[in-house]
Design a protein around this ligand. Sequence first.
Ligand code: Y12
Ligand code: CO
Length: 171
Amino acid sequence: MILPIITYPNKQLKALSSEVTHFDERLHLFLDNMFETMISSNGIGLAAIQVANPIRALILCIPDEEGNQHKENLIEIINPVIHTPRGTVLYQEGCLSVPGFYEDVERYESLTLHYQNRHGETSILHATDLLAIAIQHEIDHLDGKLFIEKLSYNRRKKFEKEYKRALKEKK
Ligand code: Y12
Ligand code: CO
């Protein structure tokens, strides 16, 4: 089932998501729905709060060199904790909750992630490149933060003006 994606400036996106404690069939069905929703919207990452569920769960499916996404590359990340972040890098980010807007954001270049899978089993992942960037972007969602909050004052002002105009044009 495709779920509706919440978009900025909806205040639900500011929620602090809660730890997942039940790794049951309900969670599995929800994760399956998140995947369907993300793929149908051409996303590479989605956090549960973006579909109105404030739990610490996110999914990522990094495209291959031809830009194609494969379900075997899907990573379901629950209750993530970042360890040993290293370096910084600028990357132009986009977000399904901020449609039509892309901006350079500074992130750690690499990190080690401790997380649980859909069965509650603990895993450790070393991430670099787009995977490391997307992990940080999605974990920010779990903490109620959007990438636009990392923009400089002037870039944020420009964004607000352009975004408001785009919203008006859509109506
Ligand atoms: C850098 C950091 C984090 C990510 C992962 C999360 N972002 C996305 O998956 C964004 C997807 C996206 C898709 C859109 O739809 C199409 O391109 C058809 C999109 O489109 C519009 O806004 C009109 C915007 C964002 C990725 C990179
Ligand atoms: Co996002």
